[in-house]
Design a protein around this ligand. Structure first.
Ligand code: COA
Length: 206
């Protein structure tokens, strides 16, 4: 299998068979194009031996701080973000996503990004397992982040983040997530109960 290569605009006409997957968010050209044009070097593709496009990753960079100080130290930092990742059905479990993610990580590491992050559906267990196997941790739970699912913000500290400051607050996030989950369950219970009181048990069972 070939190594990841730069994604080119022509690939946009070849990747429907990869992105038309319920676990890949629907991305429109107005969403994709500015990202591809802003950091083209962070968008990678993988081809099968017959040159068919079978995997892609859309990386971007987010400037978190542009604070500089004059004595040679640089307090500015940015982080890398994985906006989309997909591998064609017939080419899964071959390590292609691992390779795309690792290549992107090495590039972001070289460019001194502090950490990488991404958002993933709570139900997307395969992807979460893959990210965890590469060192990503669940940084915070995102209730109702997707129209029909909760999500996680997952983070991977890079070499520049020696003190792992990108993971600061993770304990508070966990407590907050736990509280949000309890609140969510309570509301579910409350509205479920309201349905029963309003429509009656019989109609609910119909
Ligand atoms: C999630 C997704 C990108 C993973 O792609 P992939 O190329 O199958 O991922 P990998 O092959 O790198 O890793 C997946 C598994 O294969 C295993 N693997 C890696 N290399 C392997 C190899 N050479 N042979 C066999 N298995 C291998 C990995 O250990 C991993 O196993 P695990 O799940 O038991 O931990 C793919 O399933 C996909 O496109 N899903 C739909 C879109 C999606 O969910 N995108 C993520 C949105 S956040």
């Amino acid at each position: 299998m070939s190594s990841p290569r730069d994604f080119v605009l022509e690939d946009l006409f070849k990747f429907n068979h990869i992105v038309l997957d319920p676990l890949v968010e629907v991305y429109s050209l107005p969403f994709l194009l500015p990202k591809i044009l802003e950091y083209p070097e962070l968008v990678l593709a993988t081809d099968a031996p017959d040159d068919r496009l079978v995997g892609f990753i859309l990386g971007t960079r987010i400037e978190d701080s542009t604070e500089h100080i004059g004595d040679g130290k640089d307090l500015s930092w940015s982080h890398g973000h994985v906006s989309a990742l997909a591998v064609a059905h017939n080419y899964r479990n071959l390590g292609l996503a691992t390779r795309l993610l690792s290549t992107l990580r090495d590039m972001m590491d070289r460019q001194k990004d502090l950490y990488m992050d991404l958002f993933v559906r709570e139900k997307n267990k395969n992807a979460i397992r893959l990210y965890e196997s590469l060192g990503y941790v669940k940084y915070r739970w995102l209730p109702q982040f997707y129209a029909n699912d909760h999500g996680y913000d997952m983070r991977l500290p890079l070499s520049r983040d020696v003190d792992r400051i990108s993971l600061e607050g993770i304990l508070i996030n966990k407590l907050y997530s736990f509280g949000s989950m309890l609140y969510y369950l309570f509301m579910l219970y409350l509205f479920g109960l309201k349905d029963i009181l309003v429509y009656g048990i019989g109609r609910r069972l119909e």
